[in-house]
Design a protein around this ligand. Structure first.
Ligand code: IVH
Length: 649
């Protein structure tokens, strides 16, 4: 099954590397269904038109139980007019995914062409992008003989999680955000350069077959089962139902579940399964008589944009958000919504006091889409919003860096900025302080006990007990956890103190390159640029921040409370594990994966993802992946946690 891969990701990557090397040595070995082809080939210069041999139809809608029952009555009336005996209908109920329809043509079992629906008759060739999508098979499962021609149809979509992450990245980069996952998917699939599609994860649910040669199915239900058996992703929750009543109940059940799915659906598609009956029922205009879309109530509402306010981010960026007249939409009451950035705000032309359209579907963060129709015609409309001249959290005059998209609060110790920094500081990838989460940080900041990250290290259990949510035991434990975090690897500290451009990996690389905070603080931009993964612009930015007196104060303050500021262990190429390569698999009893990696690296060893003959040790914990089997096959030494700790001495 596509959702349940036989190999774990790392093993897959290792095999892929091997295959890539083979293909590079002998290009004749490259087949169109080779997994290396998923990487996406060269950009195309245009999207050629593709005529669909069998038109891609649309669907009539039903918005209520009555309309659904009326549809069944219309089918019965049509069959009666044609003199056909009344059947016992079998219905297939499927989610109506809110994406875009595509058609995939397989020739002798190999993906030959993929196209958008277009106007139903003519679409566009987007094969280069479709190839990059992991849920689209490049080849049919070879367990059955492949039909000479098979056209599979389905819906392309972006998951809600991927959509939210994509918009966040775009907002950060000052790019326009997508209105909804459907637009994001549509915008992606029509790109000329397949590398873009690869970076924006898309997926597909298959829901039907167009042309097929050399195969016959009795019903749509059987066709879907066949597709699933041949490697296509068919929703697990589709149902074959025997009566109108069951169909109504199923539609209502999907409506209930709508908000808990990881993709957007805007209804349920109900199809008569029997293909012979489908043929007899035929098509009216563009809509087949044998299918209907039960549409959910809309998830957009109109409300008043009461205020546009600004939040301060970790690096001082001012992010606009909307304060709305509370409105019930998509199953929840929405009072606040993100507005992403200034340019997005200007593009949407939103003003305080406007009637606006608010969208909330599934888990998508509520969004303000646009002013409501006619809202922009009001004579007394407010002026376009402007970012505040003074920081809303600390009143410092704001600045707009020429190269940036965000107006900024330049004050490093601004409480708004500190709140974001403090949350980041204790978070998992950073100093990883157990027992201090967002709620506790808020309480500590409100109580005036913690203003900067160094203040965490001065807290006592007595102070914590005074706060809501702490008992004696949990307070003592939190203080112990805070103290324990003083010894976190230097790279994590560099990440935790909130430097722009310094993520987890860059933090680790800087730590490895400079080894102590003093060496880093003394480094020039040119020297910082020598760090792996750091370019000239980034180096300049890091260097500037390290010179900031407020940051220097924070560093000295952290040093004074005993936070470790140097890389432990031997220099590169030295240490007990120098030159040794490790692969981790499964869950170790005590160490997390990051901890094990850090310990191995601190001893001079290297941790890689895939097992090969060059691997020195595989460290296996509970429920190991296929890496363990592979290690055994290749004769690579296998250790458990105790064995690893012994090696580490
Ligand atoms: S069948 C036979 N099944 O809805 C009619 N369409 O309104 C052809 N859609 O263009 C479509 N989920 O993009 C069908 N399970 C599903 C669907 C589905 C979403 C979309 C599809 C189509 C549109 C028609």
């Amino acid at each position: 099954m596509l959702d349940d891969p036989e190999l774990d990701d790392d093993d897959y990557d290792a095999l892929l590397d091997e295959l890539r090397a083979l293909e590079a040595a002998d290009p004749l070995l490259v087949t169109p269904d080779s997994p290396t082809q998923r990487i996406g080939g060269e950009p195309v210069s245009s999207l050629p038109k593709v005529r669909h041999e069998i038109p891609m139809l649309s669907l009539a809608n039903a918005r209520s139980e009555e309309e659904l029952r009326a549809w069944v009555a219309r089918m019965r009336a049509h069959l009666a007019r044609e003199g056909i005996e009344q059947p016992a209908f079998q219905f297939v109920c499927e989610p109506k995914i809110d994406g875009l329809a595509i058609s995939l043509r397989y020739e002798d079992g190999i993906l030959a062409q993929g196209a958008t629906r277009g106007n139903g008759e003519i679409g566009e060739d987007v094969t280069h992008n479709l190839r990059t999508i992991p849920t689209i098979p490049l080849r049919l499962n070879p367990t059955h003989p492949a039909p000479p021609v098979l056209e599979v149809r389905g819906e392309l979509y972006m998951s809600l999680q991927d959509f939210a992450a994509l918009n966040e990245r775009r907002a950060e980069a000052g790019l326009s955000t997508f209105m909804n996952p459907r637009n994001a998917a549509a915008g992606t699939i029509r790109q000329l350069d397949p590398r873009l599609a690869r970076e924006r994860p898309l997926s597909m649910w298959s829901y039907g077959i167009g042309r097929v040669d050399g195969l016959a199915f009795e019903g749509h239900w059987e066709a879907l089962q066949w597709l699933r058996a041949h490697g296509f992703r068919v929703n697990e929750d589709i149902r074959l139902l025997q009566s109108e009543d069951e169909v109504v109940a199923q539609c209502l059940a999907w409506q209930e579940r709508r908000g808990s799915l990881d993709f957007e659906i805007d209804g349920v598609v109900v199809k008569v399964s029997d293909l012979e009956l489908q043929r007899r029922l035929g098509v009216v205009g563009r809509d087949p008589r044998w299918a209907i879309a039960w549409k959910f109530p809309p998830t957009t509402k109109v409300t008043t944009l009461k205020d546009i306010m600004w939040n301060v981010g970790k690096f001082g960026d001012l992010h606009p958000f909307a304060v709305l007249e509370p409105v019930h939409v998509g199953g929840v009451t929405v009072k606040l919504a993100t507005l992403h950035n200034e340019e997005d705000l200007a593009r949407k032309d939103l003003r305080e006091g406007d009637e606006v359209i608010v969208l909330r579907a599934g888990d998508v963060i509520p969004q303000v889409l646009s002013p409501a129709p006619h809202a922009t015609e009001r004579p007394d409309r407010a002026a376009p919003p402007r970012p505040p001249e003074r920081c809303p959290a600390c009143d410092t005059p704001t600045v707009k860096p020429p190269e940036g998209v965000f107006t900024k609060c330049p004050n490093r110790i601004c409480p708004g900025r500190q709140w974001q920094l403090l949350k980041h500081f204790v978070s998992r990838g950073a100093m990883d302080i157990d027992g201090i989460g967002e709620k506790q940080v808020y309480g500590l900041q409100q109580a005036g006990l913690v203003r900067t990250p160094a203040d965490f290290y001065r807290l006592t259990a007595e102070q914590l007990v005074e706060l809501e949510g702490y008992g004696e035991i949990s307070a003592t434990r939190a203080v112990e956890n805070i103290a324990e975090s003083k010894g976190r690897p230097f790279g994590r500290l560099l990440f935790a103190i909130g430097l722009e451009e310094v993520g987890f990996v860059t933090g680790r690389n800087l730590a490895q390159r400079f080894r102590t905070i003093d060496a880093l603080l003394a480094a020039s931009a040119e020297e910082i640029e020598q760090t792996s993964g750091v370019g000239p612009k980034m180096a300049q930015k890091i260097c500037e921040q390290l010179a900031d007196p407020q940051l220097r104060t924070l560093i000295e303050d952290l040093r004074s409370v005993g936070v470790s500021m140097e890389l432990e262990g031997p220099p590169p190429g030295e240490g007990p594990l120098a030159g040794k390569t490790f692969v981790l698999t499964g869950t170790l009893p005590d160490l997390t994966r990051e901890q094990a990696t850090e310990r191995i690296e601190a001893a001079g060893g290297r941790v890689t993802s895939g097992v090969s003959k060059k691997t020195d040790y595989v460290v296996a914990g509970a429920s190991p992946g296929t890496k363990l089997a592979k290690a055994e096959r290749l004769g690579v030494a296998v250790l458990d946690e105790t064995g690893l700790l012994a090696l580490l001495g």
